[in-house]
Every structure is written in structure tokens, then in C-alpha cells.
Design a protein around this ligand. Sequence first.
Ligand SMILES: CC(C)(COP(=O)(O)OP(=O)(O)OC[C@H]1O[C@@H](n2cnc3c(N)ncnc32)[C@H](O)[C@@H]1OP(=O)(O)O)[C@@H](O)C(=O)NCCC(=O)NCCS
Length: 223
Amino acid sequence: MSLWTLKGQFKGGGRNDLSEWGGHWHTETAAPGCYGTAMPTDPNPPLRTPRLRLDPQVAGHAEAMLKVLADPRVHLYIPSDPPTDLTALRARYERLESRRSTDGHELWLNWTVFADSAVIGTMQATVNVAEGVAEVAYVFGPLSWGQGYATEAMRALLDFLHTGLGLTRFRAHLDTRNAASARLAERLGFVRVAELKGADEFKGVVSDEYVYELHSPVPPAQT
Ligand SMILES: CC(C)(COP(=O)(O)OP(=O)(O)OC[C@H]1O[C@@H](n2cnc3c(N)ncnc32)[C@H](O)[C@@H]1OP(=O)(O)O)[C@@H](O)C(=O)NCCC(=O)NCCS
């Protein structure tokens, strides 16, 4: 998934890419003044739901996330493999704490999701400020699947992006084989708007992608 754009963000280096555990990364600081002073609120605050705590992702979450990401099933339909280098993952999370791209044009927002005190997954929003579009992505560990946690967490994220940041357009790219992700996107109210043939190639397979979009207001909860 550039869910990274659900899938889009996976492809490129140096992006807010959930699959880029330890690869190349831009280290320059963001260009000042593009939107930083105009942003009306903390764009990456802690969020709560009835069952979950969504904390701004920080380097200190890397050790727990390494365990969540260790299961190969997590990576079936995304280009990444289970990360093995804790130092690299920690360094990546530390860089992402800037919450923005090096050119200042995108917000790179990441949350770590907790159920009780256990880390169960991560969610991402890459916000193109000029276009007012947020590309969202999500990865949860198999132990948490099938309980509605991803739905609950993503609904809170979309609600914050809309009511907190004023965004009205959301997009996700996902591998056409990823049925659980498609069900989640549709449960959240996303609508499939395109199919991209041969959009990606990883793990020896050429894959197709769906593009999903959601325009606010986010629909009410439905399971
Ligand atoms: C995509 C992913 C997050 C979906 O996880 P999930 O467990 O299916 O999603 P949820 O946590 O919202 O759970 C929904 C499921 O729990 C069930 N459920 C149980 N209790 C529920 C509740 N209270 N509320 C909502 N759903 C509930 C739903 O019926 C649904 O099952 P179904 O899809 O078989 O109908 C997960 O498969 C994943 O992380 N995969 C690996 C990474 C990945 O591929 N990410 C997406 C890249 S595009």
C-alpha cells in the first residue's frame, strides 16, 4: 500500500511511509513558514476512543511496534517485510516526530494505537496542505484483528482530521487482494473510485491497486 496512500506511501523513499522501516530518509529540517504558523491546532494530538488510546507516535514506541510488525501476515499485501533493526525503526520514528515533510508541504502525522496498555498498531495521515487531501494508512497486528479496533481507531482519526484540521477529502490506496483493508475502508465510508492495473511490484508479484476516497462528513458508525 502506497494505504500508504494506503499503498502509495510505501513506494517512495524519504516519505511518510509506513513500510520504510530503515531505509533512506531526508534529514533536513522542514522549510519554515509554509503552513506551520497557520495550523490552528496541534496536528498530531493524543486521541481517545471508548476502547483505545491513540498516542502521537514517538521513537519510544519502536520496540513495541517491532513486535507488532514481526508477524509476516502483516506484510502480505504491502511492500515491507518484518523489520529486524530496532535502531533503524527507532531512528525512523524519531525523524517522523518532525510531523512534516522536509519541504514543508505535507503534514506527516502518525499515531501509535494502544488497547489497554498494549500497542496494537499504527495509523498514518499524510496531509497535502495545499490540496487539502489526507492520504491515510493503517497497520494492526494480527492479535488485534477481527475486533473492530482498526475501525474504531480510524473513525477517530478521520473525525479529528475533519473537525480538528478542517480536512474534507481523504484517500487511500490498497492492494486489490487486501480484502480486509477494502472492507475496513468501505466500513468507514470510503468509496472505490479507481483501479490501477500493475500499480506496484513487490515480492515477485505485479499488483493492482484500488483507490478509495471519502469526502466529509464522515458517515456515522456502522459495522
Ligand atoms: C487492514 C486491517 C487493519 C483490517 O483489520 P480488521 O481486524 O479486519 O479491522 P477491524 O479491527 O476494524 O475489525 C473489523 C472486523 O472485526 C469485526 N468486528 C468485531 N467486533 C467489531 C466491532 N465492535 N466493530 C467493528 N467491527 C467488529 C468486523 O465484523 C470485521 O470483521 P470482517 O471484516 O470479517 O467483517 C488489518 O487486516 C491489517 O492491519 N492488515 C495488515 C496491514 C495492512 O494490510 N494494512 C492495510 C494496507 S492497505
